[in-house]
Design a protein around this ligand. Structure first.
Ligand SMILES: [Zn+2]
Length: 273
């Protein structure tokens, strides 16, 4: 992404004679789709209007916006520089088809939870939301080339509709599932700060949330062991956990999810190496 952006800057300077502070949107084809993201680079502290939301670029002039599962088509974006210049353009977000997946053999209590765990589930969901809500200044999301957290066969993808034991789950599957052996190490796909590290959440079992900065976060689910603590800064490729089958799971696998602020995006679209 960064190289792409540098190239764009060089091209602008060489051929269009635009000053370095020229505003433009940079995004690669691959991420320009439902579940993807777009990155804006412009004068620091510029504001952006997109899909009814307003954002402010960081001190280095960057902003990343998540594109949700259902968003597609031509959308207007307006960038206003601190001096008041407005640049408008259209982004075309490709639509996607999502799979339907049936998962059987799930322990019934994890599909239709007993009443007495309702409070626990609610409290855990709030804890996860709070962990993800922090928008930090870390640059890992754009300076690290994301890599797979484990080497495993893909058994579930972003956006699919799921039926557990024949019952519609009510929300799409947000992660990418990677089959692996119990206990296999899980490595940080990019650097970040650990903002949640729990051994046993009701649905997701052993769970880690890693903040890559600017609202971009990864979550790792169903872990058999959580090997780091909240507040710890980890490097790309550092071991953080071990694969397991805790929570709503039918066998050892890693469910890796990504968010951009409160928008769930497709983790597979972040992989660079
Ligand atoms: Zn999953």
């Amino acid at each position: 992404m960064l190289n792409h952006f540098k190239r764009a800057v060089v091209l602008c300077c060489l051929f269009l004679c635009l000053p370095l502070s020229a505003q433009f949107i940079t995004v690669t084809e691959k991420q320009y789709q439902s579940g993807g993201y777009l990155i804006v680079q412009a004068a620091p502290r510029s504001t952006v209007e997109f899909l009814g939301h307003s954002y402010t670029l960081d001190a280095k002039g960057y902003l990343v916006i998540g594109l949700s599962r259902g968003v597609s088509g031509k959308k207007q974006i307006a960038i206003t520089s601190p001096s008041g210049d407005v640049e408008r353009s259209t982004v075309h977000i490709a639509s996607r088809q999502y799979k339907v997946q049936r998962v059987n053999g799930v322990p019934p209590s994890r599909v239709t939870p007993p009443k007495e765990v309702a409070k626990r589930i609610e409290a855990e969901a709030a804890q996860v939301r709070e962990a993800r809500a922090k928008v930090s200044d870390y640059d890992f999301w754009r300076t690290d080339a994301f890599q797979w957290p484990i080497d495993g066969q893909v058994t579930g993808v972003y956006g699919s509709e799921r039926f557990y034991n024949g019952v519609a789950s009510g929300s799409p599957h947000w992660g990418i599932d990677l089959a692996a052996d119990q206990g296999e190490p899980v490595y940080a796909p990019a650097g970040g700060k650990i903002v949640l590290a729990e051994d046993d959440l009701y649905y997701s079992g052993g769970t880690i949330i890693l903040d890559h900065g600017a609202g971009v976060s990864s979550a790792f689910l169903h872990l058999s062991s959580v090997d780091i603590k909240v507040g710890q800064l980890v490097k790309k490729g550092e071991r953080i956990a071990a694969v397991g089958s805790t929570g709503r799971s039918t066998g050892p696998h890693l469910d890796w999810r990504m968010n951009v602020r409160d928008v769930r995006v497709d983790a597979a679209l972040w992989i660079k190496e």
